[in-house]
Ligand binder design. Structure first.
Ligand SMILES: Cc1cc2nc3c(=O)[nH]c(=O)nc-3n(C[C@H](O)[C@H](O)[C@H](O)COP(=O)(O)O)c2cc1C
Ligand code: SF4
Length: 544
């Protein structure tokens, strides 16, 4: 493949566009409500109406407003149809030609859509994720070509540093600095890993990106590999994501067939291959050192750092590990420039962030907003507030490693530092909204139970401490705990946070600590006077 071939393919794909495009969401959310059958019905209805030369029915990725699925959009007209059933196909196709329709249409001017700034999700709901030509027609692989032809690896690293991109997997580490460290480390073999483990309850951002735009991740990884000097990449994706796995397999195969992965990419000396590694769905395997153990075929348990993967990672070689969304940001940055990206967001948090909005909120689905957007805008304007006339109480960000932010703090801009100051974290982008019927001690218990289940057991503070904390939370909920138990819980939180080996244990107390900070009264109301407390062993907590 040379650039003329790439441009010719893009031109051919654009020229083949028909007068109307009907896009049908085939991401996991809509697929679970039968959108596969909707697409088939639409194809049949187009055929029956004799409109095959005028109408393309395209299967696309996530259209974001998941709660209203199956979703179908129509161009021109920028129309969105919601909750479409296979039987609606005939009416929908007739409406293209001015026929009347009673089908439920979405308001694309609603803040849920209007407030979004799609960079990572720009192709989501637009292109066919199973056809490389569709991605190429949307300027796909142009960034890789530009990088290989015009820039040295060092210039690529400098561009990523200048863009201000920070890791989207949770900790927000500056991506350019990480790339620079791997680039500088001398070795004949280096690796690039894409972390697609996504284990946080309520999170589905990475899954949607992989299902909707897999080539963006492959292109981002290839650019990273050129920058750091790696020849082999792995995508570590959990087995619970079969559709993402299928689309990645198709994308890798097509990219290899087109010469966009493999040897001598764009007739340059650059060689790069990508293989998939399927994880068994352990939360701890998202932690980078455990993930690498798992890729090596060993049991996935964390190890102490240093050495960091950038210096000694897979099989002891320098390894760059980034999250799905981090890699998906790379092609637009290299196409549109570091300055363009750095102008979006806040001083220290650049670009946009994809969030999965879930819980007690009207509009659930995927959103992508500039960093610094206040929580109130996300939850109340975009999310539409709580359903059933209830009031929003808090939002949980960062999953089991994060915390609960009360409604009083909703003017906080969403960026790495502000959320950390509130005792939560940005995390990978799960956002679970709670209304006034939620008991915050229950929330703390839920996340602690998750950590007990997912702790790998390698170090004592986490293995034993999370079990003890769960027991104390259950004792509080059973109204058998005293003020002394609460103090003990706080002491344990502090100990586990500061002595655990990896991020799972170090952050496991966060949901408890943040609910204690903002909703302490809810804990205290459940306490009994000293002397009434009884030792309770919850039946479902593992024994020590
Ligand atoms: C328990 C645990 C689970 C994690 N799970 C994920 C995950 O599912 N996806 C992810 O990208 N990072 C996860 N991380 C963070 C990774 O260790 C690592 O920091 C990240 O992949 C780096 O990529 P980034 O710099 O692009 O964010 C997890 C960390 C911990 C401690
Ligand atoms: S902190 Fe927990 S998950 Fe991490 S190594 Fe220790 S026991 Fe395993």
């Amino acid at each position: 493949m040379i650039i003329d071939d790439l441009n010719a393919l893009a031109g051919k794909e654009r020229a083949a566009r028909k007068k109307f495009t009907i896009r049908c969401c085939l991401a996991a959310g809509c697929m679970s409500s039968n959108s596969g059958a909707v697409k088939k019905s639409l194809e049949q209805a187009v055929k029956d109406a004799g409109l095959e030369n005028e109408v393309e029915v395209r299967g696309v990725g996530c259209m974001k407003l998941c709660c209203e699925g199956p979703l179908v959009s129509v161009e021109p007209g920028n129309l969105l149809y919601e909750k479409v059933a296979p039987d609606d196909a005939r009416e929908l196709v007739a409406a293209l030609k001015g026929g009347k329709t009673e089908l439920k249409t979405g308001d694309l001017n609603h803040p849920f859509f209007r407030r979004q700034l799609p960079i990572v999700l720009a192709n989501s709901g637009q292109i066919d994720p199973e056809r490389i030509e569709s991605y190429i027609a949307a300027d796909g692989y142009q960034a890789l070509h530009r990088v290989l032809r015009e820039l040295t690896p060092r210039e690529v690293v400098e561009a990523i540093v200048k863009s201000g991109l920070r890791g989207r997997g949770g900790a927000g580490f500056p991506t350019g600095i990480k790339w620079g460290t791997v680039a500088k480390t001398q070795s004949t073999q280096k690796y690039v890993i894409c972390n697609a483990d996504e284990g946080d309850p309520g999170a589905f951002m990475d899954r949607s990106v992989l299902e909707s735009d897999p080539h963006a991740v492959l292109e981002g990884m290839a650019i990273a590999a050129y920058a750091v000097g790696a020849g082999q990449g792995f995508i570590y994706v959990r087995a619970e994501y079969p559709l993402a796995i299928k689309r990645l397999q198709i994308a890798i195969r097509q990219a290899k067939q087109r010469g966009l992965l493999g040897s001598g990419i764009f007739e340059s000396p650059f060689n790069f291959n990508i293989d998939l590694r399927i994880g068994a769905g352990a939360f701890v395997c998202g932690e980078e050192t455990a993930l690498m153990m798992s890729v090596e075929g060993k049991r996935g348990t964390p190890r102490p750092r240093p050495p960091f993967p950038a210096e000694s990672g897979l099989w002891g070689c320098p390894t760059l590990i980034n999250n799905v969304e981090t890699f998906a940001n790379v092609p637009p940055i290299m196409r549109r420039g570091a300055e363009w990206f750095a102008a979006i967001g806040t001083e220290k948090s650049k670009g946009t962030k994809v969030f999965a909005l879930a819980g007690k909120i009207r509009n659930t689905g995927l959103i992508e907003v500039p960093m610094g957007t206040p929580l109130r805008v996300i939850v109340e304007e975009m999310g539409g507030g709580a359903p059933d006339g209830r009031k929003i109480k808090a939002v949980q960000t960062g999953g089991p490693s994060g915390g609960c932010i009360p409604v009083e703090a909703f003017d906080t801009p969403v960026d790495y530092e502000s959320l950390t100051r509130l005792g939560s974290i940005m995390g990978s982008g799960g956002m679970i909204v709670m209304d006034d019927s939620t008991r915050m001690v229950d929330v703390a218990r839920y996340f602690m139970e998750f950590c007990v289940d997912e702790s790998c057991g390698k170090c004592i503070p986490c293995r034993a401490g999370t079990v003890q904390m769960l027991r104390l939370l259950e004792k509080i909920l059973a109204r058998q705990a005293t003020a002394r138990d609460l103090a003990k819980l706080e002491e344990l939180c502090d100990m586990v946070k500061h002595t655990s080996l990896c991020g799972l244990g170090q952050t496991a107390p966060n949901p408890t600590l943040s609910t204690l900070r903002f909703f302490r009264r809810e804990y205290e109301e459940l306490l009994v006077p000293e002397g009434n407390g009884q030792i309770q062993r919850p039946s479902d907590a593992p024994r020590l």
